[in-house]
Write a protein that binds this ligand. Structure first.
Ligand SMILES: NC(=O)c1ccc[n+]([C@@H]2O[C@H](COP(=O)([O-])OP(=O)(O)OC[C@H]3O[C@@H](n4cnc5c(N)ncnc54)[C@H](OP(=O)(O)O)[C@@H]3O)[C@@H](O)[C@H]2O)c1
Length: 415
């Protein structure tokens, strides 16, 4: 990926940095316009899930910027239509160029075909970052443009565009949601100090990016240990615009929350509900007496104790959960703690890793990922390998984003 881009888009832009333009200066003219289309898409962060969030930039024949647009809410206008609606004069688009982060659609769904709308403008050239894998579109939008004499160039900033919409791409291949694991660690690999405190491991800019990612993914999941230690709010805040709050998933196989006194349960539910979002409580047995009860905002998801994590991920995309939420979960952002993360990583269930390394030692702290020595040691030969996609400095913290090597080809291979 180009420097500065990650799975949440252009990172400095995500956190509202004023000097974010510097990183874009080394790009070619066409890359700059495609980057601008991606930045436009970022304005709709999380808005159109389960549909992809697409960006579009329109220039005249001389390469002057005329308009841009991004996908609106699910079922609403696509990026191309929004950009066209933002044009002051359609005339100027004759012989012009469109830059789109995903192949323009060619079918009548909730919206008319975007490829035809671009043809109506009289464009001469179209840059497409990546082909739409949706069988209804897959190359048909591109063919429609080509057949009418438009020069189509595919692949400009392709990895950046796929990374941005990865939940959409993986959702077309499997029913289980995309799993993004995030943690912050000290140089010596601790996720919390010896008292269990972890709140301020990473700095303010790293935390902002985390808030951005919370708004990007459909759900946040944390283990019961983290809930009991931190009583986290699990909401997206500290960033400029938040279109929606993620669903909260509390992973609590042994029902530790049921043992909490009523006032603490109330505190937990009121703080986690502060973003107005629904909570899914994952347990391996029916709720004990004294546990929070099912309501419009609270759902108890029962999973099999033999395969807690896999079952949990599979059931998060079940009809029952979709009905409870009123929309499907296509991505889950797992924010810890170490026991839950270790379980996911040991079983290679995480699709994307967002890891912050902060510049201090935390001797005696809770290290990753051998919190409870649950898993046997692995040799270098049998270790799960990752591909580093992003390295970005946020003040003194280093953000590294990775995907498992065995899934890289699946996500980023092909045309
Ligand atoms: N630095 C960071 O990024 C960060 C982020 C979040 C939390 N934290 C810190 O992490 C600490 C809490 O972490 P934690 O490890 O105690 O708890 P945790 O990971 O939040 O939650 C563990 C819960 O999940 C269950 N669990 C996880 N994986 C499982 C598996 N494969 N099979 C069955 N059950 C599974 C555990 O059951 P069992 O008890 O049966 O194992 C337990 O109920 C706190 O100190 C918090 O501040 C740090």
């Amino acid at each position: 990926m180009q420097r500065g881009f990650g799975f949440g888009g252009f990172i400095e832009h995500a956190i509202g940095s004023e000097n974010s333009g510097a990183l874009l200066q080394n790009l070619s003219k066409d890359e700059k316009y495609m980057a601008q289309a991606l930045l436009a898409a970022m304005k709709s962060n999380g808005l159109s899930s389960p549909n992809p969030v697409v960006g579009c930039v329109l220039t005249d024949a001389e390469g002057n910027l005329l308009a841009e647009g991004a996908t609106l809410a699910y079922g609403d206008k696509h990026a191309e239509t929004v950009a066209i609606g933002n044009l002051k004069s359609r005339e100027k688009m004759k012989g012009g160029t469109a830059y789109v982060t995903l192949e323009p659609c060619s079918h009548y769904g909730n919206q008319p075909p975007c490829a035809e709308a671009l043809l109506d403008l009289g464009i001469k050239k179209c840059f497409v970052a990546c082909v739409d894998p949706n069988p209804k579109v897959n190359h048909k939008g591109i063919e429609l443009l080509k057949n009418k004499g438009v020069e189509v160039r595919i692949g400009l900033m392709r990895e950046e565009a796929i990374a941005w919409n990865l939940a959409f791409f993986s959702g077309l291949k499997r029913t289980r949601p995309l799993v993004a694991a995030k943690w912050a660690q000290s140089l010596d690999g601790a996720l919390a100090d010896s008292t269990g405190k972890s709140q301020w491991i990473s700095g303010a800019r790293a935390r902002k990016y985390t808030h951005w990612l919370r708004a990007h993914y459909d759900a946040i999941m944390v283990g019961a240990g983290t809930v009991l230690a931190d009583f986290p709010q699990l909401s997206a805040r500290e960033i400029e615009s938040v279109h929606r709050q993620p669903v909260k998933v509390i992973f609590d196989p042994e029902q530790q929350l049921a043992g909490l006194p009523a006032d603490l349960q109330q505190k937990l539910l009121s703080s986690t509900l502060s973003g107005g979002q629904k909570i899914i409580w994952v347990t391996t047995s029916p709720a004990k007496a004294g546990a929070p009860t099912k309501s419009d905002n609270f759902y108890n998801l029962l999973v099999r104790s033999e395969a807690v994590l896999e079952d949990c991920l599979d059931l998060l995309s079940s009809k029952e959960v979709t009905n409870f939420l009123g929309r499907p979960i296509r991505s889950v952002f797992v924010e810890g703690g170490p026991t839950l993360l270790q379980g996911l990583l040991e079983q290679n269930l995480a699709d994307v890793l967002h890891c912050y390394v902060s510049p201090f030692m935390l001797t005696g702290g809770k290290t990753i990922f051998n919190a409870k020595g649950k898993y046997p040691a692995v040799s270098l030969d049998s270790a799960v390998r990752y591909k580093t996609m992003t390295v970005h400095q946020l003040d003194d913290d280093i953000l590294v984003e990775l995907v498992p090597k065995d899934r890289f080809q699946d996500y980023f291979g092909g045309v």
